[in-house]
Design a protein around this ligand. Structure first.
Ligand code: PMP
Length: 393
C-alpha cells in the first residue's frame, strides 16, 4: 500500500516513544500530564449531571461549528482581562489547542512553504506541521524567548508563511518571551507580511512574577492567531480548546473545522459552561498554581542537590517543564535508553525529538507536574547518580 507523501514524516513524531517511556514501574518525567489529584471531579460531575437532569434534549443535538456561545462569551471575558480585544464572535472552539495547530497549518501551508519554529519546540506541533510538508526555518531559543536577530535574518532572506511560538512557559524549555521580543515579533511580522500562531495553553499557570501581554493583544493588523485550552486548567480529557482570529481568518478556519469534525462536543461545552457558572475557575487555577509551584521548587532543589555540575537547567516561572542541558556531544536519548530506563526506571523526553531539523542531543525535557513530590526526589537522585557514572565522576 502506498501512503500519501504527506505521511512520510509523520510516522516518527516521537510521540509513541514518549508514551512507551511511561510504563507502570517507570517514574515518568516524560509526559505532559497534569496532576490527576487536581481534576475537579466532583464539580465537573455536578455540572454535567445538572445539564442532563435539566432534560434539555438540545444537549445531545448537533449545534454549531463555532461552538456554544455562552462558553465562548466566558472565554472572551477572561481574555479581555489580559488586554486582548476580543468577544465571543472572534472565537471558535477546537478539539484541544492541538486541533487549532492542525487547522492553521492546513489553512496556511502548501508543500514547501516556509514555516518558522522555535528550536527546540513542541513535539505535537511538529507532528501536526509535518503532514503539510513545510520548509522549516529554526530560530534558537534563548533565556528570554526566540533569538529575534536570527528571526529577522530568516525573514529578510526567505519566504515565510507563519511563525509558530509558545511565548509563555514554552514547551519544552519553560522559557517566557520578554515584552521587548513580543513587540519585536509583531513589528517583524508586519514588516515582512507573515502570520503568527501564538500557542498559549500554559498562560494561566504562572507560579512567580507578573504576566506579560499576549502577543495577540499587541496585534494591530489581525496577524496573530491565538490558541488556548482547558487541558491544563481543568482536564485534558475534555478535549476542549479555543482559537481567536480576525474575522477573515476565522471564516476560513471554521470551514476547515467543519470539514474535519463538523463541530466540537456540544455536551462537553455545556458541561464546562455550567462548571464555570457554578464555580470560581480562578480559585481552582490558584489551587493548581500552589501545587505546581511546590513541585517545581522541589524539583529545582533536587536537581541542584543531586545533579553533577555539568548539568544546567532552567528554573521556569510557570508551566509544566524544566529544560536540562548537558555538555555538547552528550546524548541524552542514548543515555536514557541504555542506562536510565533499564537501570533506574526513569524517563524524560530527549531533545533529539524536539527539533524540526537540526537536532541537538544534549538536552532533555523534564515534566514536574505529573510525578509526586516523593517521585521527584527519588527520580532526581537516581538521575544524578546515573549522570555522574556516565560522566565518570
Ligand atoms: N500546545 C502546546 C505547547 C502543548 O504543550 C500542548 C499539550 N501538551 C498542546 C498545544 C495541546 O494541548 P490540548 O490539545 O490538550 O489543548
Amino acid at each position: 500500500m502506498k501512503f500519501a507523501t504527506r505521511t512520510q514524516k509523520t510516522g516518527h513524531s516521537g510521540l509513541e516513544d514518549l508514551f512507551a517511556a511511561s510504563g507502570p514501574n517507570v517514574i515518568s518525567f516524560a509526559g505532559g500530564y497534569p496532576d490527576r489529584d487536581l481534576f475537579p471531579t466532583k464539580q465537573l460531575n455536578q455540572a454535567f449531571s445538572q445539564n442532563f437532569t435539566s432534560g434539555d434534549r438540545e444537549l445531545l443535538q448537533y449545534a454549531s461549528t463555532e461552538g456554544y456561545e455562552p462558553l465562548r462569551a466566558k472565554i472572551a471575558a477572561r481574555l479581555q482581562t489580559t488586554g486582548m480585544q476580543v468577544d465571543a464572535d472572534d472565537i471558535m472552539m477546537t478539539q484541544g489547542a492541538q486541533q487549532g495547530i492542525d487547522l492553521v497549518a492546513r489553512l496556511m501551508l502548501d508543500p514547501g512553504d516556509g514555516l518558522v519554529v522555535e528550536a527546540p519546540t513542541y513535539l505535537g506541533a511538529l507532528a501536526a506541521f509535518n503532514a503539510y510538508q513545510p520548509t522549516y526555518y529554526e530560530v534558537p531559543m534563548q533565556a528570554d524567548g526566540m533569538d529575534i536577530n536570527a528571526l529577522q535574518r530568516i525573514l529578510m532572506s526567505r519566504k515565510v508563511k507563519f511563525i509558530y511560538t509558545v511565548p509563555d512557559f514554552q514547551n519544552p524549555t519553560g522559557v517566557v518571551m520578554s515584552l521587548a521580543k513580543r513587540q519585536a515579533i509583531i513589528r517583524l511580522a508586519n514588516q515582512y507580511d507573515v502570520m503568527i500562531l501564538e500557542d498559549n495553553p500554559y498562560r494561566d499557570l504562572r507560579y512567580t512574577g507578573k504576566a506579560l501581554p499576549t502577543i495577540k493583544s499587541l496585534d494591530t493588523e489581525g496577524r496573530v492567531i491565538y490558541l488556548g485550552s482547558f487541558s491544563k486548567i481543568l482536564s485534558p480529557s475534555l478535549r476542549m480548546g479555543w482559537l481567536v482570529a480576525a474575522p477573515n481568518l476565522l471564516k476560513e478556519l471554521l470551514a476547515l473545522k467543519g470539514g474535519s469534525d463538523l463541530e466540537s462536543s456540544n455536551l462537553v461545552m455545556h458541561g464546562i459552561n455550567t462548571y464555570m457558572e457554578n464555580n470560581d475557575l480562578d480559585a481552582h487555577i490558584r489551587e493548581i498554581q500552589d501545587c505546581y509551584r511546590e513541585k517545581k521548587n522541589a524539583m529545582v532543589a533536587a536537581m541542584k542537590r543531586y545533579l553533577p555540575e555539568e548539568a544546567h537547567f532552567t528554573n521556569p516561572d510557570g508551566g509544566f517543564f524544566i529544560w536540562l542541558t548537558m555538555p555538547a556531544g552528550f546524548d541524552m536519548g542514548a543515555f536514557m535508553k541504555e542506562h536510565l530506563l533499564p537501570e533506574a526506571n526513569i524517563s524524560y523526553v530527549p531533545s533529539t525529538n524536539l527539533y524540526a531539523t537540526a537536532a541537538l542531543s544534549n538536552g532533555a525535557r523534564l515534566n514536574f507536574t505529573g510525578p509526586s513530590l516523593a517521585q521527584i526526589d527519588t527520580g532526581m537522585k537516581a538521575l544524578g547518580a546515573a549522570l555522574k557514572v556516565a560522566l565518570q565522576h
